[in-house]
Design a binder for this molecule. Structure first.
Ligand SMILES: [Zn+2]
Length: 239
C-alpha cells in the first residue's frame, strides 16, 4: 500500500479483502484482539502460499512469548509445570489502574481453591481443595501486545458489559521486560457490543492519531492525554 498524494490516510480495502468472510459481514462488530490474531495468521498463510521462507514464522519470531505455570498441590506438595506460548498478554482490572501494576498482578501467584477452578493433581489423582500457582514469563516477545480485558459477562444484566475505568499507560514498561510504547488501539463507546476503534501510534518519532480518514498529530508527548475520554484496549510495545 502507498500513501495517496491527495489523502492523508491509507485505505484498508486491500487488507479487508484478504480477511476471512467472518470479518466482512456488513455492520458486524469485531474485537480488535481477534482481528490482530487473524491478521498475523493471514501473514503466515500468505508467506507459505508465496513460498517466501524468509517470512515464515514471523508471528513466532516477533510476537510470541512463553510463560510457565508452576502449580504446587497443597495436599502432597507435588510441583507440576506447564508451559504456554502467548501472542498477547491479557490483563484484568484489579485494584490498580496502572498498566505496569496490572501486568504484575496478572503474573502474581494465585490460590486455586474455588469450586470452579480446582486443580487436578496427577499424584493425588483427584481435584485437590487447594493448590498454589505461580506464573513466570520465561521468554519475552520482541513486540509485546497487551490486551486490557475491558469486556466481561455481567450476570445481573445477562449481557456483555464494558469496564470504563481509565488506565495509566506508561511510555515505558519494565515488565515482563523493557519495552517502549509504540501504539495503542482505543475502543470508544460505552457498549461492549458496538463502538468505534481508532489508534494512536508513533510515526517518525511523532505520536499521531489515526481515526478513520483523519490523521492528526498529538501535541502532547503523552499520547494518553489525548484519549482520556476513551479507553485503551490494546497496546503494542517495542522491546
Ligand atoms: Zn497432590
Amino acid at each position: 500500500m502507498e500513501y495517496s498524494p491527495v489523502r492523508q490516510y491509507v485505505s484498508p480495502d486491500k487488507v479487508r479483502s484478504l480477511l476471512p468472510p467472518f470479518f466482512k459481514a456488513s455492520y458486524a462488530q469485531h474485537d480488535c484482539t481477534e482481528l490482530a490474531r487473524n491478521l498475523l495468521d493471514l501473514i503466515e498463510v500468505d508467506a507459505k502460499k508465496r513460498d517466501q521462507p524468509a517470512q515464515y514464522n514471523l508471528t513466532q519470531k516477533w510476537f510470541e512469548g512463553k510463560t510457565v505455570k508452576e502449580t504446587i498441590c497443597q495436599t502432597c506438595n507435588t510441583k507440576t509445570e506447564r508451559s504456554e506460548n502467548f501472542v498477547d498478554l491479557s490483563v484484568n482490572f484489579g485494584k490498580e489502574n496502572n498498566l505496569e501494576a496490572m501486568i504484575v498482578d496478572s503474573l502474581a501467584d494465585e490460590v486455586l481453591n474455588d469450586e470452579d477452578n480446582l486443580f487436578f493433581c496427577d499424584t493425588c489423582d483427584c481435584k485437590v481443595p487447594s493448590a498454589v500457582r505461580a506464573h513466570r514469563v520465561v521468554s519475552s516477545p520482541h513486540y509485546l501486545l497487551v490486551t486490557l480485558n475491558r469486556f466481561y459477562y455481567d450476570k445481573a444484566s445477562q449481557s456483555m458489559s464494558k469496564i470504563m475505568t481509565n488506565v495509566d499507560v506508561p511510555l515505558r514498561l519494565e515488565v515482563p521486560s523493557a519495552y517502549k510504547l509504540k501504539s495503542v488501539v482505543i475502543h470508544a463507546g460505552k457498549s461492549a457490543g458496538y463502538g468505534h476503534y481508532y489508534a494512536a501510534g508513533v510515526e517518525q518519532g511523532k505520536w499521531r492519531l489515526f481515526n478513520d480518514f483523519k490523521v492528526s498529530d498529538i501535541a502532547s508527548p503523552k499520547p494518553q492525554e489525548s484519549m482520556n475520554i476513551d479507553q485503551p484496549q490494546l497496546d503494542f510495545a517495542d522491546q
